[in-house]
Design a protein around this ligand. Structure first.
Ligand SMILES: [Zn+2]
Length: 471
């Protein structure tokens, strides 16, 4: 069965979303753009001058399953205790357990959490009760997705999506089949790689929760149609599906087949989108809709997911800024709402530094751990170590300060301008500035290996994010 998604993704593989957004040339007079571009080049093209490193043979790659030859997980796992590849039997057992966990969790979604007085008090019921309580506050910015994932036994993405679909009445509106919906969401969640420190299903759930917060912004909420909400949530949930835990330059220099399939352009994002389309068709979730409607939904999903390609950051930022300067955004127009959904998804994808320190710090350490694993892999196979991936040279604070200064801050300043007056946007900017100060202090005083222990102290003395008013 799973082969079908891959085959579909490959057969539909041509990259055809170039019509979506007009590319703009950055203004040469603005120095900060040059700095940001250079930083983007370092991070995503592998060199400060934007040229790609190629030349080493693709000896690292092996097929993960079916039609998706991905990175050999035996190579990606660096620690001894994680270094074992799942056997076929173990994978089957894991799937079975996952299904059982899912059935259990689905009782929560139907409101069937048992609380009979005097009955045997099961720990799982306790967890589900707490998860249900958390869902009642899913629209608050200090929502702890790590805790929610533990309480739902690793089913945060499926549980969150089902809840939000219920909140918005999307199941009724689009006459969705619940079995197909669960099948689709289960496939998406399972196709995230749980061994990735950062690009896993918890990141997808986190982005979805942030997206929900943005969709609730009064400026936007009044104008959105059910289709906009459906696409926004679906794109957030699936935007990194099947991410291999390495970046595009790595795929290009190791001559991965996805790089050639997508012609070295938005390779990962194209794969996330085509995989999503494959799973949509395999699950039959939209099969009851008219063909032109389901095709339009697939295309719009692609446009949203492709917007998360961080190498297109300047293009989107400048277009957004122009619209705000000219005050010409008309959210009655579907095309303008779509553009704002693209921006909202981009914000949700990079919003980690805008979270309270304790959550933000965890995400920072996770993403750097993923970079360092790629660097270790490159070192092991005598490839040039990519920028930001050398754990001996690139500290977590230095990486975070660059990321905040050149990617996150400029985007969220414009988002603040768009949503004004917005308590949430102000809260996010406040966290962003505090977190940047924290990383600056850490960079000045400590070595990379000290970061984890010292951030704990920092939290205790600074108290960033603890007990603050959250919208
Ligand atoms: Zn992402």
């Amino acid at each position: 069965m799973r082969l079908a998604a891959g085959s579909l993704a490959r057969s539909c593989g041509a990259r055809d979303m170039k019509t979506v957004s007009t590319r703009l040339m950055p203004s040469p007079s603005v120095v900060i753009h040059e700095r940001r571009t250079r930083w983007l080049n370092v991070l995503f093209n592998g060199r400060a001058d934007g040229r790609l490193n190629t030349g080493h043979a693709g000896v690292l790659l092996a097929e993960r399953r079916g039609s998706y030859p991905l990175i050999d997980l035996r190579i990606l796992k660096t620690s001894a205790q994680q270094g074992e590849v799942e056997s076929g039997t173990r994978r089957k057992i894991k799937r079975l357990l996952s299904f059982q966990r899912y059935c259990h969790a689905s009782r929560l979604l139907r409101g069937l959490v048992p609380h009979t007085p005097g009955s045997l008090h099961l720990l799982d019921d306790d967890y589900l009760g707490q998860a249900a309580h958390m869902l009642s506050k899913v629209g608050t910015w200090n929502f702890d997705i790590f805790l929610f994932d533990r309480l739902t036994n690793g089913n945060s993405l499926v549980t969150l999506m089902c809840h939000l679909f219920n909140v918005y009445g999307l199941i009724h509106h689009f006459q969705l089949d619940m079995v197909k919906l669960h099948r689709f969401l289960g496939m998406v969640q399972q196709d995230y790689h749980s061994q990735n420190p950062y690009h896993n299903a918890v990141h997808a759930a986190d982005v979805t929760q942030a997206m929900y917060c943005y969709l609730k912004e009064p400026k936007l909420a009044e104008q959105l149609t059910p289709l906009d909400v459906f696409l926004g949530l679906m794109a957030a949930a699936a935007h990194d599906v099947d991410h291999p835990g390495v970046n595009q330059p790595f795929l290009i220099k190791t001559r991965h087949h996805l790089a050639s399939l997508y012609q070295n352009t938005s390779v990962l994002e194209s794969h996330h989108w085509r995989s999503t389309v494959g799973m949509l068709r395999e699950s039959g979730l939209l099969s009851h809709l008219p063909a032109d409607m389901s095709q339009d939904m697939e295309q719009q999903l692609g446009s949203l997911i492709l917007a998360t390609d961080i190498s297109r950051q300047n293009e989107f930022l400048l277009t957004f800024r122009d619209h705000l300067d000219n005050q010409d955004l008309d959210l009655q127009l579907a095309s303008h709402r779509h553009f704002i959904l693209q921006i909202a998804l981009k914000c949700a994808d990079v919003c980690n530094p805008c979270r309270v320190w304790e959550l933000s710090r965890q995400w920072s350490e996770r993403v750097c751990e993923e970079f360092y694993r790629q660097g270790d892999l490159e070192r092991k196979f005598d490839l040039e170590i990519s920028p930001l991936c050398n754990k001996q040279a690139d500290s977590v604070p230095a990486i975070q300060i660059g990321f905040i200064s050149y990617i996150v801050e400029p985007l969220f300043e414009e988002w603040h301008r768009f949503t004004k007056p917005s308590l949430l946007s102000q809260t996010m900017l406040d966290h962003l500035h505090k977190n940047k100060v924290c990383w600056s202090r850490l960079r000045c005083t400590h070595t990379p290996s000290d970061v984890h222990s010292d951030t704990e102290e920092n939290t205790a003395e600074g108290g960033d994010g603890e007990g603050e008013d959250i919208p």
